[in-house]
Design a protein around this ligand. Structure first.
Ligand SMILES: [Zn+2]
Length: 456
């Protein structure tokens, strides 16, 4: 490692060495101490906000020149996923190691390495008096558990979130084509559970077959009402209300993304695609919501198989939501759906013994592809990565940050600085050093240039 590389990587190594797993409050706090000290070296203001869980860090840098400069809000998170089975890691997840041009550590890509790229760029620009933007930074300590206190933190620090022109989140992997990527949003999510309990206990399927009703069949009767057979079209009334009708630019961006269908089938080991067949594949994973049955549990199978009538059955489902669906409204529609089924007494007597409960939800995020900021950000990605970026209208997955652009009214863009095989949440998480450096160059290009006219 050369001196310059050492200088860039040393602080990141320190940060990655702190095992700030979301649930490990002491180590997350230790990481927040480290960040406070580190950020204080270059920022004009640094602040730690206490929440009911882990702290949130705020920092601020003034533009080197004009107070008329636009203000960008950068969002990142310094908590990490647990490392999981250590035997699957080739090196200690909290002893960063470089192999084959990659930096291996838990958090290398998700998300310490990615926000660190922004920090390095800002430090460089401050030092050379060429920071043209005002920069605000929010580092979350609870992202991996859905940022339950982010909204509170915003409410209590409204001043910090005023007059933001643009929000940038560098998280997630770049598009599978390995091209630098500009992402305009992410699907939201709503999870729920249906639990049917029809009897005291499981009983002999011979002795009581024909007498005790079967909770597993009852559950299937209920979940069958949620979707049209074979098509995956959701039958909940009003489910598709407010679903985005992508404009020409979003449509073009989705259809332009490189996608090899045969390769994808082979990679997944599937012989046909799921989802709504009337929509092209990129639409199904971006612009269409899903009703996913993610697990069923009742009775026993394999080594647990017994000839019984199960007394209880549980199904868990998740809906991936698209702009402009709202998880709360969809939850109401799901409740109404089961309420309406009660008109049929056969459903009513099952529903008397069924509980419906909702779990985590995130709202979808979306900035139109035709946003006046698009060209400006693309130019910075092109400068940083030396190639034309792809436009990804929506990530299939979800991010808990909709509250940021709701409160600030500023458009939000996602610029992943980690390569597609970063293995986030998995063993041997890593970031390619070349991607890290190209990320730093992208941030330098972004914040050292003022957009010719600041879009309203
Ligand atoms: Zn993550």
């Amino acid at each position: 490692m050369g001196e310059e590389e050492k200088d860039i990587l040393y602080p990141l190594f320190e940060l990655l060495s702190i095992p700030s797993v979301t649930q490990d409050r002491a180590n997350v706090r230790f990481a927040s101490d480290w960040l406070l000290a580190y950020l204080s070296q270059s920022a004009d203001h640094v602040k730690r906000i206490e929440t009911n869980s882990n702290p949130i860090i705020l920092a601020e840098w003034q533009s080197s020149h004009s107070d008329q400069s636009p203000t960008v809000l950068l969002y990142g998170h310094y908590d990490v996923q647990p490392p999981g089975d250590l035997s699957l890691w080739s090196s200690d997840p909290f002893k960063p190691e470089i192999r084959d041009g990659r930096l291996f550590a838990r958090g290398a890509g998700d998300n310490k390495g990615q926000f660190y790229a922004h920090l390095r760029a800002i430090e460089h620009l401050v030092e050379h008096e060429s920071l043209e933007w005002n920069v605000k930074l929010l580092l979350d300590g609870d992202e991996e558990q859905g940022s339950p206190f982010l909204e509170d933190a915003l409410e209590q620090n409204l001043e910090f979130f005023q007059e933001i022109d643009l929000i940038i989140v560098s998280d997630g992997p770049a598009h599978v084509s390995w091209r630098p990527s500009l992402v305009f949003g992410a699907r939201g999510i709503l999870t729920f559970q249906l639990k049917v309990k029809l009897a005291k206990k499981d009983v002999h399927s011979g002795n009581f077959g024909g007498i005790q009703p079967n909770a597993a069949w009852a559950l299937l009767d209920l979940i069958e009402t949620l979707r049209e057979p074979f098509t995956e079209r959701c039958l909940i009334k009003g489910f598709y209300e407010n679903v985005i009708d992508p404009d020409l630019e979003a449509t073009k961006a989705a259809l332009d993304l490189p996608l090899d269908e045969d390769n994808l089938k082979e990679q997944l080991g599937i012989s046909f695609f799921g989802g709504e067949s009337s929509y092209p594949l990129p639409f199904r994973v971006m612009f269409r919501p899903t009703m996913n049955l993610r697990g069923i549990s009742s009775g026993g199978v394999k080594t647990e198989a017994r000839t019984i009538i199960p007394a209880e059955a549980i199904a868990e489902l998740d809906c991936r939501l698209v702009p402009y669906q709202d998880p709360e409204i969809i939850a109401t529609k799901i409740r109404d759906h089961f309420q309406n089924l009660r008109e049929d007494p056969r459903y009513a007597r099952l529903l008397d013994h069924t509980s419906l409960s909702f779990g985590a939800s995130f709202k979808p995020l979306y900035t139109p592809v035709s946003s006046p900021w698009t060209g400006f950000i693309e130019q910075a990605l092109k400068t940083g990565f030396g190639q034309e970026p792809v436009r990804v209208p929506l990530l299939g997955g979800s991010l808990p940050v909709a509250v940021l652009n709701e409160k600030t009214k500023a458009p939000l863009f996602i610029l992943p600085y980690a390569q597609p095989d970063q293995s986030n949440h998995a063993p041997n998480e890593n970031i390619l050093l070349s991607w890290l450096y190209q990320g730093i160059e992208t941030s330098k290009a972004l914040f050292s240039i003022l957009p010719s006219n600041i879009p309203e």
